[in-house]
Design a binder for this molecule. Structure first.
Ligand code: MG
Length: 265
């Protein structure tokens, strides 16, 4: 499938989807507390998504049994919500959610600390988020896709972290996963030239230790090979002639200065 350029109408629908998803992430993040099960988190997230008139993108996607991927500590992505899995003070919890609004998807992930977390865990979360913003400095028309990848990787390198190579970001639109793949690591090629109207899910998955991962027996959940911590930060973005538009964050997050990457490349 070729990389699609979205029409003005499609972009409007993806803006609406992203706005809802950003709000759902913000609201769900505030609900997290020690003692909750990962299944309770999923139920709450699904309720929020549906209350905004959306369908959860992940539910039953290739057989995934839940609406929210809830990945704890050494789990990188695709943690399966479970009524026996209780989150504890000091854990870090990555929530990955997607929504479908009028046929269009938005996809985003956040990692949250539960109660008081270690300084090392807090740094990993913050720097993973930074690596997304470093990457999207190059998410503008005329740049090449793998410039985003290289910038994410460079930031992780500077911090002494490992970058997950077995999973990548992706194009997004009327399908959850579209072309192109968006790696978080250096590539020898430049990748495609970015054009206005492309929509991408950029999603650094950054590990405290090695970037190597393995799959649990459920064939979904990815964990770090050394069982050190992992963090995830993802947004759906729109390529424009200038700065990219981040479709899946809230006005509050923008006001907090989260979208503060300085000058464009
Ligand atoms: Mg994604």
């Amino acid at each position: 499938m070729p990389v699609t350029i979205k029409s003005a109408r499609e972009i409007e629908l993806m803006r609406a989807a992203g706005k809802i998803l950003g709000k759902a992430h913000q609201d769900l993040g505030k609900e997290l507390k020690p003692g909750m099960t990962t299944l309770e988190i999923d139920r709450l997230g699904e309720e929020m998504i549906r209350s905004y008139g959306c369908i959860p993108s992940f539910k039953n996607y290739q057989g995934f049994p839940a609406s929210v991927c809830v990945s704890v500590n050494d789990e990188v992505v695709h943690g399966i919500p479970d009524k026996k899995r209780v989150i504890q003070e000091g854990d870090i919890v990555s929530l990955d959610m997607g929504v479908i609004y009028k046929g269009y998807h938005s996809d985003a992930a956040r990692t949250h600390g539960i109660g008081e977390i270690s300084k090392a865990a807090a740094n990993l979360i913050r720097r993973t988020r930074e690596s997304f913003f470093e990457g999207i400095r190059y998410a503008c028309a005329g740049c090449h896709l793998h410039q985003i990848s290289a910038a994410v990787n460079a930031h992780a390198d500077r911090c002494g972290y490992g970058v997950v190579r077995d999973l990548v970001g992706h194009g997004i639109g009327s399908h959850l996963h579209e072309e192109p793949e968006v790696p978080n690591f250096y590539k020898r090629t430049r990748g495609i030239r970015l054009r206005p109207g492309m929509t991408l899910a950029v999603e650094p998955m950054i590990n405290e230790g090695t970037g190597d991962v393995k799959w649990l027996e459920n064939n979904w959940t990815v964990v770090t090979a050394d069982h050190k911590l992992s963090a995830h930060y993802e947004n759906t973005i729109l390529i424009t002639k200038g700065k990219p538009e981040i479709l899946s964050i809230t006005e509050d997050e923008i006001a907090e200065g989260i979208w503060n990457v300085g000058g464009m490349a």
